[in-house]
Ligand binder design. Structure first.
Ligand SMILES: Nc1ncnc2c1ncn2[C@@H]1O[C@H](COP(=O)(O)OP(=O)(O)O)[C@@H](O)[C@H]1O
Ligand SMILES: [Mg+2]
Length: 286
């Protein structure tokens, strides 16, 4: 069953003089197995939105249902929350145990799984995130680099086999190779378990690589929602908002201005290369 968000409004310090409406009237469904990319300016409400998905925050009004569990109801919230694995923007907040192995095994142990299953999952999660067991299992999480901490936090979540994996800017601060590694990892995990993924990112290129659906937030409201081709074809509007559409979408827009007949739906490098094929020989004459 999906995650269904209905008429969700969230106000910080609701009822006080400092009341601030961070989300307004959001309707959104995240289907089973779907990859949803969440985009928007700093302060547009991305983190507030995803924290409603595991009941960390409850709506001021409206409703969130996870797999049929009403997250406004205390008992049902516990059940819904167990299905949602959340990786926060700052992995330091998530790591606390003495060793990487113990840290990753914390979640599965809490689930009261048998010891051999915990061990199997920890090893598998380390392999999936590319942390070598011999090198890292006994290390303290605090000796790790930023990228390694992020992988450890991610491994701790995926070892619980969440039905919904929610990631808040998992690529922030990583170099291009690191970004690609994290996105390959997420895709690998998704293929293995068939879970849904909700990923917040500043980079539309990262989102373009893997999303089935994209939501763009602006000032706590939905500005755009749809398949990547439906959202990224509004390259100019996104640009005006100060958001940078994927490289291929921007280049395709420039080429159209020069007379190239390229479809609006282009947003990946592969699709752009394919669409330019007919121009092959003699492109200088176009
Ligand atoms: N604890 C808080 N109290 C008051 N306002 C907050 C709090 N946390 C976030 N906000 C405000 O809510 C808005 C949305 O924040 P957030 O969801 O963190 O945005 P994003 O993740 O898109 O950067 C911002 O304007 C932010 O200043
Ligand atoms: Mg945020």
């Amino acid at each position: 069953m999906p995650i269904v968000i209905e008429k969700l409004t969230y106000k910080y310090q609701s009822g006080s003089v400092n009341e601030f409406t961070a989300l307004k009237d959001i309707d959104l469904t995240i289907q089973d197995g779907e990859f949803l990319g969440v985009i928007g300016h700093t302060g547009s409400g991305k983190s507030t939105l995803i924290q409603q998905l595991n009941g960390l925050m409850q709506p001021t009004s409206g409703k969130v249902t996870v797999d049929g569990f009403d997250m406004n109801d205390k008992k049902q919230r516990m059940k819904g929350r167990a299905l949602v694995g959340m990786v926060f923007q700052y992995p330091d907040h998530q790591l606390f145990d003495e060793t990487v192995y113990k840290d990753i095994s914390f979640g599965p142990r809490n689930m009261k799984l048998p010891e051999d299953e915990i061990d199997r999952r920890v090893r598998e999660a380390m392999r999936l995130v590319g942390l070598d067991e011999d090198e890292f299992a006994e290390k303290s999480p605090f000796e790790l680099s930023g990228g390694e901490k992020r992988r450890t936090a991610l491994a701790g979540i995926i070892a619980m086999y969440p039905k919904y994996l929610v990631l808040d800017e998992p690529m922030a601060g990583l170099d291009p190779a690191g970004r690609r590694a994290v996105s390959d990892m997420i895709n690998g995990f998704r293929k293995k378990l068939g879970c849904s993924v909700v990923m917040v990112s500043h980079s539309m290129d990262d989102i373009a690589r893997c999303a089935d659906k994209v939501i763009v937030l602006r000032g706590g409201e939905i500005f755009k929602y749809g398949a990547p081709s439906e959202v990224f074809c509004h390259a100019e509007e996104l640009n005006e908002m100060g958001l940078e559409p994927p490289f291929a979408a921007r280049l395709a827009a420039e080429l159209r201005k020069k007379g190239f007949a390229l479809p609006q739906s282009i947003y990946t490098n592969e699709a752009l290369a394919e669409a330019l094929k007919p121009y092959g020989k003699g492109w200088r004459n176009v």
